[in-house]
Design a protein around this ligand. Structure first.
Ligand SMILES: *[C@@H]1O[C@H](CO)[C@@H](O)[C@H](O)[C@H]1NC(C)=O
Ligand SMILES: *[C@@H]1O[C@H](CO)[C@@H](O)[C@H](O)[C@H]1NC(C)=O
Ligand SMILES: *[C@@H]1O[C@H](CO)[C@@H](O)[C@H](O)[C@H]1NC(C)=O
Length: 456
């Protein structure tokens, strides 16, 4: 079998990046960086598959998959369906007609390209199917906690088991889900010492089992397989299995590009703190006019970014700055977020932080102070329209940077944040366009970017 990625040549973006992101305003879009990532990805793939890589022909209709010959295998049928989806998405890019949708029609500047996203989303609903391997028993497999900071692991596993996107027929699947959880691996397999081997072996054994039983892992060397991890050990555990690390779609909260996260292949998950497993009491906040705090942060000194932040700003109350370690008893964290215009989401020990989604939930504009972070859903959403980025080295100018943002621009950022909120909300059961579906859509795009076919 051969995999190839839909890069027309290695100096351009992958299919989804090219189609969904804005091409016209290249200045806001970090092309060279993305290209570098893609070039690296490309060569890794050549090495890992040790087989011929086909460049995608420049025109989708030239591809052999839309030829009139009847497809022979299930895989060819699947690839043919994906080729149709690509063509439909490409077409939507040049169309200004919005399509109907009973629930929601994406529009506005928060999307790089609202029409294209909408078409891609509808194509996903029509076609995308995931097979969940049934092997493996709870508590390690098919199971994880659904509350707390890492609750997304359990929520995704549970949602997936009952989802309409799940197929019970592996021959019809686009993606194969490996239903292990890093949290349960740690809870049940980790020995508490620095010896990670038992955890590595558990995942390795699992992949060996499905690899003996089914043909799918071998045929793509894992490229159409999905792992899901919110715990920050996810990247390191995946690294212990070369094909999982190099080829598979890894959905990770810890989307640290310095730790091997690849935007073109992996999926960045929003970290969401659900104290009781639901969003009850978390959604909504007052309008901008009654927000009296300019910028808010409260939290422990975890990691180097927070050290710098607190060194410069701890307890400085000038001009509405409220940056401190822990809040005194009686002060409620969420109340402060709701009183604030801007909320600092600084990386802690790891790049992701639940503060980002918390701010969006409560109408505070997220100020991201993070290095090497791949933002969730950034192939669809233009984060610059609802958040502010401050590089670590500019922390000393934090207040000046925020004060220099005109009121009108702040209002726009705030309103856009309220607009994108639906894409971060956890619903039980999931609803269209919510966080579960946005994660699925990110996975769908990664699958659209590759092509698997028989060597013979
Ligand atoms: C996949 O490849 C491995 C290693 O070459 C082999 O042991 C295994 O039997 C293969 N699986 C299938 C289903 O053919
Ligand atoms: C900030 O205020 C807290 C609570 O009053 C105090 O414990 C802490 O030492 C202060 N830090 C600095 C740097 O002033
Ligand atoms: C991201 O990864 C790099 C390389 O491992 C590490 O030095 C850095 O601390 C990580 N960032 C965070 C916030 O953990």
């Amino acid at each position: 079998m051969t995999i190839y990625r839909h890069d027309e040549d290695i100096n351009t973006l992958t299919f989804s990046q090219k189609i969904l992101e804005r091409e016209t305003n290249m200045s806001t879009f970090k092309v060279p960086w993305l290209m570098m990532i893609l070039v690296t990805t490309f060569f890794q793939l050549v090495i890992s598959t040790n087989s011929t890589i086909f460049h995608h022909t420049s025109n989708i209709s030239n591809s052999s998959f839309s030829s009139n010959k009847k497809p022979q295998t299930n895989l060819q049928k699947i690839e043919r369906g994906l080729a149709r989806a690509r063509a439909a998405i490409k077409k939507a890019r040049n169309s200004h007609l919005t399509e109907e949708d009973p629930d929601y029609v994406p529009s506005g500047s928060v999307y790089w390209h609202a029409n294209t996203f909408h078409r891609s989303y509808l194509e996903m609903e029509k076609r995308f199917r995931i097979y969940v391997y049934e092997e493996g028993d709870p508590p390690i497999f098919h199971n994880a906690p659904c509350y707390g900071i890492l609750g997304l692991e359990g929520i995704f596993i549970n949602d997936m088991e009952i989802s309409g996107f799940r197929t019970m027929d592996p021959e019809k699947a686009h993606v194969y889900f490996l239903p292990f959880s890093i949290i349960t691996l740690i809870n049940y397999v980790f020995t508490g010492t620095s010896n990670w081997e038992p955890m590595y072996n558990t995942v390795r054994d699992y992949i060996n089992v499905i690899n003996q039983k089914y043909p799918y892992w071998n045929r793509s060397l894992g490229a159409d397989h999905l792992m899901f991890a919110c715990h920050d050990w996810g990247p390191k555990i995946s690294r212990s299995i070369p094909h999982l690390y190099k080829n598979s779609i890894r959905a990770l909260c810890n989307a640290n590009t310095s730790e091997g996260f690849k935007l073109s292949r992996d999926v960045s998950l929003p970290e969401i703190y659900l104290p009781h497993g639901t969003t009850e009491g978390l959604l909504g906040g007052p309008s901008p006019s009654v927000r009296t705090i300019l910028v808010f942060f409260s939290g422990g000194v975890h990691g180097y970014i927070r050290e710098v932040l607190l060194k410069h700003w701890e307890n400085k109350t000038e001009d509405g700055v409220k940056i401190q370690k822990y809040l005194p008893k009686g002060e409620n964290y969420y109340t402060q977020v709701r009183k604030s215009k801007y909320c600092i989401c600084a990386s802690g020990w790891e790049v992701a932080s639940p503060r980002m989604v918390e701010a969006l939930y409560m109408g505070c504009v997220p100020v991201l102070v993070k290095d090497d972070y791949a933002k969730p859903f950034s192939d669809v959403l233009n984060w610059d329209t609802f958040s502010v980025d401050i590089p670590t080295r500019r922390i000393p100018q934090l207040k000046d940077i925020l004060m220099a943002i005109p009121q009108r621009k702040y209002i726009r950022l705030q309103r856009n944040g309220v607009r994108v909120r639906r894409h971060f909300v956890v619903n039980l059961p999931p609803k269209r366009y919510d966080v579960f579906h946005m994660i699925l859509h990110s996975i769908w795009l990664r699958r659209l970017d590759i092509h698997i076919r028989d060597i013979n």
